[in-house]
Design a protein around this ligand. Sequence first.
Ligand code: MN
Ligand code: MN
Length: 471
Amino acid sequence: MAKKKENIEEKYGMKKESMWLALKKKEIKEAMKFAEDYKNFLKEVKTEREAVEFMVKEAEKRGFKNLRKAKTLSVGDKFYIENRGKSLALGVVGKKPYEGFRLVVSHIDSPRMDLKPNPLVEDHDAALALLKTHYYGGIKKYHWVSRPLALHGVVYTKEGKRIDIKVGDNPGDPVFVIPDLLPHLARKAQGDRKLFEGIKGEELQLVVGNIPVEDKEVKNKVKAYILKYLNEKYGIVEEDFNSADIEIVPAEEPRDVGFDRSMIGAYGQDDRICAYTSFRAILEVDNPTYTSIAFFYDKEEIGSDGNVGAQSNFLEYVLAKVTSLLNPRYTHVEFLEMLYKTKAISADVSAAINPLFKGVHDIPNAAKAGYGVVISKYTGHGGKYGASEATAEFMSEIRALLSKHHIPYQVAELGKVDEGGGGTIAKFFAQYGMDVVDIGPGLIGMHSPFEIASKMDVWSAYRTYAAFLSQ
Ligand code: MN
Ligand code: MN
């Protein structure tokens, strides 16, 4: 009898399969349920401030205590600490608290537009009141025209009173819009421009009113009507916009994408997909070996600068605070050694293959929707420039961890060599000597107002962060 010929490819080759086939029915059901929770989160939370508020509220319900008020800490304690309402850390003290931390670090800001400090103007020719904006992060400006937009944020009066503004999301709310030019008249005005300049920065102005006040003395009658409305509704005056953080975000809700409802389309999935999945993961961590902390940062989309970004000393402060509450006599050298032993996941999104623009990817090294979370050994651009590259040793450790937990994953790059590139906050953590690797789901249409993620990849990310933080 002839011996059965062995399949060499099967024996030595890499096997990757869609998670829709690889997972058991029961787990797919759990993943679909998780996706509903995630969609609700995205519906509620469209800004960094809203993310912090949402997470603190949920964490408090689950016994996380405010680290700023804590006098001591002991093994098993759950804590949170926020930074100016815009970044946050949630953690659980491990059984070996001096052996280094396990960190998952994501960001909760997303590309958008912000109101300028003096935003309200009237265009007499058009008889409209407008709000002027300054865009935030890497947007394609033409994505933001002729679509319903919402305002989210806070205004502080000179007296220090905080007023919350959130308008445009509820079905009964008014929305705001940046009107695109009709094609009939756009041939020269826009047709001769390059795509990225189809709409220019100063053209990102929201239409917010058309009714004039009935007063002959008033020059800007439509603007005056809006000022009167804002004062009656929110108790603010024009100058209060000087002390405000107001963000303009898409007004739409997250939706299922596809006949098979396999994907989620929503604004802000970069990087709230990683924020939500790591948030759920840290909530479920109990008595880990190492102290586990999930960090959620603001300002990643504009370079991680500032006092709420990943380049601030918030990380050092939190880790030092946790350590000193466990043992006030801990020395600085011991602390630095602990940072060196720390292991971290920089939880940020990657790009999944867009079927319309496959040319930007090197297919064997590109991520596919539904094939699991993407591990990026390095990011950067133009010859790995600006990357924090994970070592082969750490990559091996991560592969072992995911295999142990039967979590499907893929290892990929963002795009072709020299095609472009992007960075993450991994490098700001690597500076402390810790091992860091980038892991997050691939998105299609990243940085657009309606980014797409496979529900399988959401699930894979959640399970990856949970396995890592529960070590
Ligand atoms: Mn990101
Ligand atoms: Mn981004």
